[in-house]
Design a protein around this ligand. Structure first.
Ligand SMILES: [Zn+2]
Length: 90
């Protein structure tokens, strides 16, 4: 694998989606690449947020909501309610 490809794997490694062989190759590269080490630190907050999202998503619920009419209507109702509260305060 080329070094450029290894640099690109930092996000996948941070998210834990590399297979064992690719993770091993990336870890080998990581020991000698300060740029990837720095970028890996930057993914820490993203990983923390995704882990929290996964913990709070009930089992059996799709992790990504499919946008449909019901979701759109609920979002519009919520936006109207927020606008109404702002107008009331003024
Ligand atoms: Zn690198």
């Amino acid at each position: 694998m080329r070094t450029l490809d290894l640099h690109r794997d930092v996000g996948a490694y941070a998210l834990g989606v590399l297979d064992a062989a690719d993770a091993f190759r990336f870890e080998d590269h990581l020991m000698e690449c300060p740029s990837c080490a720095l970028r890996l630190d930057g993914f820490g907050a993203v990983r923390t947020q995704l882990d929290a999202y996964a913990r709070q998503t009930p089992a059996g619920v799709a992790p990504v909501a499919v946008a449909g009419q019901e979701l759109l209507y609920r979002l519009l109702e919520r936006a109207d309610a927020v606008r109404g509260r702002r107008k009331t305060r003024r």
